[in-house]
Design a protein around this ligand. Structure first.
Ligand SMILES: *Cc1c(COP(=O)(O)O)cnc(C)c1O
Length: 371
């Protein structure tokens, strides 16, 4: 290895301008890292909207039974998983694009449809990956002001120009937990020109039961410019394996498939996702635990006199009434990891994921201590 201090060339400056301007995504702090730092154990992590139940036992068993195949490449077409999804949602497998998490699919969409002359519209406080992928592609981000922390669809529609390639809508949105109704989404889609592709990110779809909540997949037959993305990371409990997908019209799916890396979803993820889809009891339990946990957190925050943004996800954002980063640090010292959202322009808020009842209580007790 040569002496790196003698590097003459500015390799950072050689990167594409969009890449140089990127702010890296900030993941939640891993439990192991905090345990090392504080020298304590029994840390509660409520920072990344992970499923507190752990994976479905069906998924674990299926992965174990398939491990002997790991010397082989995965099925690059994800045949079995697409079959399962197509049966579950009553759609043709040819409409499905699989990704290494839905983040991967979001990035495929930007790479396939946005370039240096394109504009990409999304809301203030929207999920961070939209800005990241847009910048990396050298496209221009058009960020519309939020309304009550949520997406202002009128403002988003008004921001569309002939250069708009994509619109991203997270429903519900992360980190705010805000959501849009079926009527609102429909009205928006009706107002969008057909050359503009609308991405409806439904990472938390499985948690929502309200009849009012739009089922993006059901809207696809009416709006060919719609792409719906979903994930196995949240309600299906497989965040660590990285598997998500989009559903779109076939021409769009074909284009996404061209930019997709050939083996973007690994064998364990494919097998686990297939098995998880058979475990509706797991999904139902997760939804119940989430509903009860969300109510527990709301009550607890109210008792502490802290305002929160109503959420339908598996997380909730609350106003600390002070510098959120300070409260975050103080909670860390109590062994509770939550998520600062200052990088979203919300310096006084923190986001906490819904955990098991005892984890939620640990968080509320620590918060009471800290506040
Ligand atoms: C968690 C989340 C995702 C999912 O990411 P994966 O890559 O599938 O793990 C996508 N969109 C939003 C809004 C999310 O909160």
């Amino acid at each position: 290895m040569g002496d790196l201090s003698k590097i003459q060339c500015d390799y950072a400056a050689l990167a594409n301008p969009g890449v140089r301007a990127l702010h890296p995504y900030m993941p939640g702090k891993p439990i192991e890292e905090l345990e090392r730092e504080l020298g304590i154990s029994g840390i509660v992590k409520l920072a990344s909207n992970e499923n507190p139940l752990g994976p479905s036992s069906l998924a674990l068993q299926a992965v174990q039974a398939s491990m002997s195949e790991w010397a082989r490449y995965p099925d690059g077409n994800g045949f079995a998983l697409k079959q399962k999804l197509s049966q579950r949602y009553g759609i043709s497998p040819s409409l499905i694009t699989l990704g290494n998490g839905s983040n991967d699919v979001l990035d495929l969409i930007v790479r396939a449809y946005a370039g240096t002359h394109s504009e990409v519209v999304f809301s203030q406080y929207a999920f961070a990956v939209y800005a990241l992928s847009t910048q990396a592609a050298g496209a221009r981000a058009v960020v519309t002001p939020a309304q009550d922390w949520g997406h202002d669809l009128d403002a988003m529609a008004a921001a569309i120009t002939e250069n708009t390639a994509l619109v991203f809508i997270a429903n519900p949105n992360n980190p705010t937990g805000t959501w849009l109704t079926d009527a609102q989404i429909r009205a928006f889609l009706c107002s969008v020109p057909e050359h503009v592709i609308v991405v409806l990110d439904e990472a938390y779809a499985e948690y929502l039961e309200a009849d009012e909540y739009p089922d993006g997949i059901a809207l696809l037959s009416e709006f060919p410019n719609l792409i719906v993305t979903r994930t196995f990371s949240k309600a299906w409990g497989l965040a660590g394996l990285r598997v998500g997908y989009s559903v779109s019209c076939e021409p769009i799916a074909n284009m996404l498939n061209r930019v997709r890396h050939p083996f973007n979803v690994n064998s364990a993820a494919l097998v686990a996702a297939c098995a998880a889809l058979d475990d509706d009891a797991y999904l139902a339990k997760g939804c119940r635990v989430n509903r009860e946990g969300l109510a527990q957190l709301e009550r607890g925050l109210e008792n502490l006199g802290l305002a929160y943004i109503p959420s339908v996800g598996n997380f909730i954002c609350f106003d600390t009434g002070r510098e959120g980063g300070d409260v975050y640090e103080a909670l860390l010292r109590q062994g509770v990891i939550v998520r600062p959202v200052a990088n979203y322009g919300m310096p006084a808020h923190l986001r906490v994921s819904v955990g098991l009842a005892e984890e939620n209580q640990r968080f509320l007790d620590a918060l009471a201590e800290v506040i």
